[in-house]
Ligand binder design. Structure first.
Ligand SMILES: Cc1cc2nc3c(=O)[nH]c(=O)nc-3n(C[C@H](O)[C@H](O)[C@H](O)COP(=O)(O)OP(=O)(O)OC[C@H]3O[C@@H](n4cnc5c(N)ncnc54)[C@H](O)[C@@H]3O)c2cc1C
Length: 437
């Protein structure tokens, strides 16, 4: 008998997992609380575009969608730093200067994935179905739908319902389930930099950053020649969303702090007034599974967006879940157990890396010492190849498990430090010997 799998949430992770399971002949029903986003369009000011890198592309390749998605993306090969006085400096992401991350419309990516899932004979999509109750033992669910309450049973349930997961909330009632939720002191707001005379106002081959120490603005290009800019400002205190309350104050703040961008944003006041302020949080929980129910994507590990890895990590979860299902011959309980055990440390590691990268993006990129280290590391990578990889390369251009990245960075830096010290000692000795002769 074909097993019935229910996926709660038709966001990026849920839609990809539905496609992967559907391609393997599973009977998959996806329940999504919102209307079909392909018909309803994007919500104003809610994460318009996002960066997809190697991990996400690897998962998309596995379902045959990599080309399709890349055709809708723009390659950003490095960061363009905008100083407070309006100068620009380009910092490549990779040693060869060629590799980059792809700016892609979230709505389009979601639509591509939903189209792919919907085409599969075993997959059905149920929009406007909000999960309201879940019995973990017998795997029954209740959904609030336009026609009233709908009750559903499934052989396995996957919670892909995002940072405020209702599936996770049901698991929180279990003894032994650990959960933490940490709000960042900063929130975000999206704005638009429109095209100028039909062309991009800034270089579309870069991710633009206006680092200002305690806060920052970034901008990613869109195919329609606009940029989506995102402010990451403190919620309260100096330079915060609370302090800069009116559109007029926002314009004055922009003129003082982002003068080059301010000139390019005629609709700043309107965007600032209308677009919502979004919270940023890190969610950690454990275990990610109980019986034949498991969490995936943001439901298991909501992280801050500073490495552009949330969706990439969710896509990697899908690969692992499928690999374990195949390894365990479709036996859900051991497969979900192994999946959760393998992916939980990865979720924790990328959460930490993301928080670390916030400090790098808003502050360190400006400093001389950071720039010197960045250039040296790229030189070392060029000279030593895969024996020396930067943290950024490992996160964005590899599928090295996230949890291995920080220990590798530390090891490499120790070796590089020792090599530099030995080299300097050797030079000093040669100089001393030459003087004695
Ligand atoms: C500002 C910002 C920028 C980001 N930039 C990047 C980036 O550059 N690169 C990157 O990889 N990631 C980025 N991310 C992270 C990325 O958006 C998330 O990691 C990703 O969307 C997670 O996908 P998901 O499917 O797990 O969850 P979600 O996208 O949150 O989808 C969950 C789905 O579940 C549905 N749902 C919720 N509750 C219920 C319910 N009770 N019943 C039924 N359905 C329900 C929701 O409506 C939603 O459709 C960014 C995030 C933010 C906030």
């Amino acid at each position: 008998m074909t097993e019935r799998v229910a996926i709660v949430g038709a966001g990026l992770t849920g839609a990809l997992l539905a496609t992967m399971l559907g391609q393997r002949g599973y009977d998959v029903a996806v329940y999504e609380r919102r209307p079909d986003p392909r018909l309803a369009g994007a919500e104003r000011g809610r994460s318009i575009n996002l960066a997809i890198s190697t991990r996400g592309l690897t998962a998309l390749q596995a379902v045959g969608l990599e080309e399709d998605v890349l055709a809708r993306g723009l390659l950003m090969r490095g960061r363009m730093i905008h100083t407070a006085t309006g100068e620009e400096e380009f910092q490549p992401y990779s040693a060869d200067g060629e590799r980059g991350i792809n700016s892609i419309s979230r709505g389009e990516l979601n639509a591509v994935l939903l189209d792919a899932a919907e085409k599969l004979p075993g997959v059905s999509l149920h929009f406007e179905h909000r999960l309201t109750a879940l019995d973990l033992d017998v795997r029954t669910m209740s959904f609030a739908a336009p026609s009233g309450s709908v009750d559903v049973e499934a052989d396995a349930i996957i919670g892909a319902d995002g940072a405020f997961s209702v599936v996770r909330r049901a698991m929180q009632g279990r003894v032994g389930f650990d959960f933490s939720q940490d709000y960042l002191s900063h929130s975000y707001k999206e704005l638009t930099i429109p095209a100028v005379n039909g062309d991009y106002a800034l270089d579309p081959g870069a991710l633009h950053i206006w680092p200002r120490g305690a806060s920052m603005m970034i901008a990613l290009p869109n195919l329609d020649k606009t940029f989506t800019a995102t402010l990451f400002w403190p919620r309260t205190g100096p330079g915060s969303f609370e302090e800069i309350a009116t559109p007029e104050q926002a314009r004055r703040y922009f003129d003082d702090n982002y003068p080059d961008a301010s000139e390019l944003m005629p609709d700043l006041e309107e965007d600032y007034r209308l677009n919502p302020v979004g919270a940023l949080l890190t969610v950690r929980c454990s275990p990610w599974n109980t019986g034949r129910v498991a969490l995936i994507g943001d439901a298991a590990h909501a992280i801050c967006p500073f490495y552009g890895q949330g969706a990439n990590a969710g896509f990697e979860d899908c690969i692992e879940l499928i690999a374990q299902l195949e390894l365990h011959a479709g036996n859900w309980e051991p497969a979900l157990d192994a999946y959760a055990r393998i992916r939980k440390p990865q979720g924790d590691a990328i959460a930490d890396l993301a928080l670390h990268n916030f400090i790098e993006m808003r502050d360190s990129v400006n400093s001389l010492s950071y720039r010197a280290l960045h250039s040296t590391e790229l030189l070392l990578h060029r000279a030593l190849g895969d024996r020396y990889k930067t943290r950024y390369e490992m996160v964005s251009f590899s599928t090295v498990p996230y949890a291995e990245i920080e220990p590798t960075v530390r090891r490499q830096r120790t070796v590089a430090g020792v090599a530099t010290a030995v080299g300097l000692a050797g030079l000093a000795y040669l100089g001393f010997a030459a003087r004695r002769r």
